[in-house]
Design a protein around this ligand. Structure first.
Ligand SMILES: Nc1nc2c(ncn2[C@@H]2O[C@H](COP(=O)(O)OP(=O)(O)O)[C@@H](O)[C@H]2O)c(=O)[nH]1
Length: 450
């Protein structure tokens, strides 16, 4: 087991290094030219890291006393929170390839999209997170450490004008910081790429990108505003039957990958709550109360998501419970989510974000260790939570709705079998399972150096 772990780490590191020759070249023109000479990128919709370049053996004198540490900062501006990832890389000699050494992670709530009316306060959340980066990165490296922010569903759901105000505010905070602010440092990422980059992160961290067998794992990401499913189809039929924009092609390590990847905007956990309540896109929010049999009967509160606040309650004089709730959430999923036939097979999927959080809240897995569950475990636990709402109320009044939605999304939405195994993981090899690492690879590859 220990040997396997070591091999995994070594393989992961080796794989990782391929991406980062690009970064290394940012400081070193000689290296950069070599990178250019050995990498041939096809310009595709889903930009991904480069092939592993051919690196010549260094001459002995170059190896003496060389060790360089460098960092990359990636912000994830999600609909329900903003997170910072600071990655540290070490390069042992000028020709050796850098390796991922450490990740620092921190997060704040709520997300940037909640600050439409006060963008300066939103900018302040970024400033606070940058303070953590300053503590993590040695001062002399600040000036050469790139800082990048990619926004997801929260900003996608705003009007372009509102989103721009927030992004401009972030850019100002970045410009005020001591870090290196590249072109296109602040932007909204497209949904399919979000899935692809999370797939790259997870398959990289689990060592699957290296395997000659081309066995990989799929990913399921459930955010607040959107949800992504991405996997490498085994059958040509899956590719042919998928809507054309659900297929992302890219070259990686001398192989061409054709991934099935789609992001459903409005099917994230919080957006789904609003849709279940019939509140998504509704007017008259000042007086309307949105009710659901997924909520405890006597529950009533105001709930804010994005740039709106909603009055929400249970149905005091009606029924609550799993069956009624399932009918309500079904409307949010039915006919909207595409079912790739292949998910009926035995593919392995890693599930994280709100899949993980709700599995923890409902007691399915341990908070720190994660674990393996079957789709039917979500269903079983959803039934229990909904039928004993008072017991679970202190954890969250929305737990029944959330668990039922997850069950419905997996079964009726994506079409998974009850027996499908899901690996619930917050971290792999001590690195967060999120698109942020994949996006960092992607960013470094696209760095426009002259
Ligand atoms: N532990 C951990 N959780 C994350 C990370 N990135 C996102 N999440 C979780 O993802 C969920 C929400 O995703 P969010 O980005 O707000 O939604 P989106 O805007 O719809 O993509 C929450 O459960 C977050 O805690 C991460 O890097 N680490």
């Amino acid at each position: 087991m220990a040997q396997q772990m070591l091999l995994l780490t070594v393989v992961s590191m080796w794989l990782f290094t391929g991406y980062f020759l690009a970064e290394a070249t940012y400081y070193n023109h000689h290296m950069y030219n070599r990178f250019r000479a050995h990498n041939h990128h096809v310009n595709m919709d889903n930009q991904l890291p480069p092939e592993v370049p051919v690196v010549a053996e260094p001459v002995a004198s170059q190896r003496v006393n060389f060790s360089r540490t460098f960092y990359g900062i990636m912000f994830d501006a999600g609909s329900s929170g903003t997170r910072i990832h600071v990655y540290r890389f070490i390069q042992k000699d000028p020709a050796a390839l850098p390796v991922l050494d450490h990740e620092m992670y921190n997060a704040v709530k709520p997300g940037l999209s909640q600050y439409v009316e006060k963008p300066d306060v939103g900018g302040e959340t970024i400033r606070q997170l940058l303070k953590v980066a300053k503590k993590t990165i040695p001062k002399e490296l600040w000036i050469q450490t790139p800082v990048v922010l990619r926004a997801t569903a929260g900003l996608r759901m705003l009007t372009p004008e509102k989103a721009k105000v927030l992004l401009d505010e972030v850019k100002e905070v970045f410009d005020d910081s001591p870090f290196f602010v590249p072109n296109n440092s602040v932007s909204i990422m497209n949904g399919a790429n979000e899935g692809v980059l999370a797939w790259v992160t997870v398959n990289f961290l689990t060592g699957h990108l290296y395997a000659k067998t081309r066995r990989t794992v799929g990913i399921l990401d459930l955010g607040g505003g959107s949800t992504q499913m991405t996997f490498l189809p085994k059958l040509k039929k899956t590719v042919l039957n998928a809507p054309p924009d659900y297929i992302a092609r890219f070259d990686l390590f001398n192989a061409t990958y054709e991934l099935y990847s789609h992001s459903y905007l409005g099917n994230g956990l919080f957006a789904a709550r609003l849709a279940t309540l019939g509140a998504l896109g509704s007017d008259d929010l000042d007086w309307k109360v949105f009710r659901s049999s997924c909520l405890p009967k006597k529950f009533s509160e105001e709930w804010t998501f994005g740039d709106h606040t909603y009055k929400v309650s249970g149905i005091a004089d009606g029924y609550a419970g799993y069956k009624l709730c399932y009918q309500e959430v079904l409307r949010v999923v039915k006919g909207i989510v595409h079912q790739p036939l292949e998910v009926k097979g035995s593919s392995v999927f890693y599930a994280f974000s709100y899949y993980y959080d709700r599995a923890v809240d409902s007691g399915l897995i341990d908070k720190d260790r994660g674990g393996t569950v079957e789709v039917r475990d979500f269903k079983k636990r959803a039934k229990e939570v909904c039928n004993k709402m008072t017991k679970y109320r202190p954890i969250s009044p929305y737990l029944c709705m959330d668990m039922t939605y997850i069950t419905c999304l997996l079964k009726e939405g994506f079409g998974f079998k009850d027996s499908t195994v899901l690996q619930l993981a917050k971290k792999v090899n001590n690195v967060e399972t999120s698109w942020a690492l994949g996006a960092t690879f992607d960013y470094f590859r696209n760095l426009n150096i002259h």
